[in-house]
Write a protein that binds this ligand. Structure first.
Ligand code: UDX
Length: 454
């Protein structure tokens, strides 16, 4: 099938690489010349494990361009995968989505095509995109669009850092459309994934437990709501364990054991119960905020989702309070932060707890030393003027430090030479923001180890 994908962010690029790998003819379009130039020269604009390898394997079926013109006319499916970042009031900024829809209308030539909303968009956007494409078509052609196109919703559930594996071996595929032919087209597109008939790339082997993938086909609004409801549920699962973690700290319980004890109840499940600094990234915060703001349009409060957001905010403040509790005075102190990315295996800094924490510490007069195995360059570009000192090696954040905080649980940090870290510090306060380190060993090495709860 001929597939065009508008937007080469995490979602668009991952989707494009996977579909091209499966044998579809894919055109990835982005208005950012630099990004397209990078991709054409074989470089990836984002850090995502195995993406470079998959792009090489998919290359015969993949092309990159900055213009939509030629990519609309022959496309069986057009994915819109542009960014929908949050506006100050929590609602998503739909400017890119609207521009993409209007461009599709401009170049649409009357062939059968499915326009798919892959970006996370507010409930009701499917209908809105449909009307934008039609309006723009009329403006540019002087008559109504008489060909057959329809808009479908196909939300993604990929996690950064595991994006390719989540795309090739998903738990489910959700397709929302009110048009039978569009559903069939998307079913054909995803068939190799649904039936798991493709030969896996050697670097992304099929997990043993993966069988046929369930397809959920729904109306548009349901598919749109599924995406928000799934992310909000995961976010509140984390906030729930963080709330319990706060109590665990007060009563002297071990939150890691508590999480395991409740998670092994199959009705609850062990995943997304890792207590710590809380969630960051481009989705959870944005989607929870959008859900609350959509509900408000219907005069509906969403107290559970709102509470999840509050607790997440509190976790970050708690890190600073905890350091204050230990150090008594923050002004003039040096704090080392291990990890900047919002989670391991990505260089994404969107809503990363490290940024918030660094800012809070700097505001209180601390010197802040930071390190990240892959996000350092991005940090320097985006937050270079913040005042934090970037260190070339992780141990260097500990130089003359009064405290070190593990912010992102990169594997590399779990295996660090902690003896060397201890030797460099002024006082050996170690705040494990992810409850991920071997606390008994660290205590033996002379650290004053603190978990994030309690
Ligand atoms: C998320 C969803 O998982 C994905 O399905 C959706 O499509 C996009 O949003 P992502 O933001 O890439 O993916 O990361 P995810 O792995 O879900 O982690 C989100 C945040 O939660 C990270 O900051 C992570 O550190 C934190 N987290 C995760 C916890 O604090 N505890 C946990 O137990 C799990």
């Amino acid at each position: 099938m001929n597939v065009s994908i508008i937007g080469t962010g995490y979602v668009g690029l991952t989707t494009g690489a996977c579909l091209a790998f499966l044998g579809h003819k894919v055109t990835c379009i982005d208005t950012d010349d630099n990004k397209i130039a990078m991709l054409r020269s074989g470089k990836t604009p984002i850090y995502e494990p195995f993406l470079s390898e998959l792009l090489v394997d998919a290359q015969p079926n993949l092309r990159f361009c900055t213009r939509l013109e030629g990519a609309v006319q022959d496309a069986d499916v057009i994915f819109i995968a542009v960014g929908t970042p949050p506006l100050p009031d929590g609602s998503p900024d739909l400017r890119h989505l609207s521009a993409a829809a209007r461009s599709i209308g401009q170049y649409y030539a009357g062939n059968f095509t499915v326009v798919v909303n892959k970006s996370t968009v507010p409930i009701g956007s499917g209908n809105w995109v449909d009307s934008l494409v039609r309006e723009s078509y009329e403006e540019h052609h002087g008559h109504k669009a008489n060909g057959h196109f329809s808009v479908a919703s196909n939300p993604e559930f990929l996690r950064e850092g595991a994006a390719l594996s989540d795309s090739l071996y998903p738990d489910r595929v959700v397709i929302g459309s009110d048009d039978e032919r569009s559903l069939e087209t998307l079913y054909t597109l995803y068939r190799p994934i649904l039936d798991q008939t493709f030969a896996p790339p050697p670097y992304l082997p099929r997990p043993e437990e993966v069988g046929a993938v369930p397809l959920i086909s729904t109306d548009l609004a349901s598919a749109e709501l599924i995406k928000y409801a799934a992310n909000a549920f995961l976010a509140l699962k984390i906030s729930y364990i963080n709330e319990i973690g706060q109590l665990a700290g007060k009563v002297g319980a071990d939150i890691t054991q508590v999480a395991r004890g409740i998670g092994l109840d199959a009705r609850i499940g062990t995943r997304f119960l890792q207590a710590g600094i809380g969630w960051g990234g481009s989705c959870f915060g944005k989607d929870c905020a959008a859900l609350v703001s959509t509900a408000a349009e219907y005069n509906l409060g969403m107290p559970i989702v709102s509470a999840a957001r509050e607790i997440n905010k509190r976790q970050r403040e708690h890190v600073v309070e905890k350091l204050l509790g230990e150090l008594k005075i923050l002004k003039g102190r040096t704090v080392g932060l291990l990890g900047l990315a919002f989670k391991p295996n990505t260089d994404d800094l969107r809503e990363a707890p490290a940024i918030d924490i660094a800012r809070k510490l700097l505001d209180r007069g601390c010197r802040v030393r930071v390190h990240d195995p892959v996000a350092m360059e991005r940090f320097q570009q985006e937050y270079g003027d913040m005042g934090a000192l970037c260190c070339a090696a992780p141990e260097e954040v500990a130089d003359e430090a009064d405290a070190v905080v593990l912010v992102t649980e990169w594997h590399h940090y779990l295996e660090l030479d902690w003896e060397a870290v201890a030797a460099r510090m002024r006082s050996r306060i170690l705040l494990d923001g992810r409850n991920a380190l071997d606390r008994a060993r660290l205590r033996r090495l002379g650290f004053h180890y603190l978990g994030v709860a309690g």
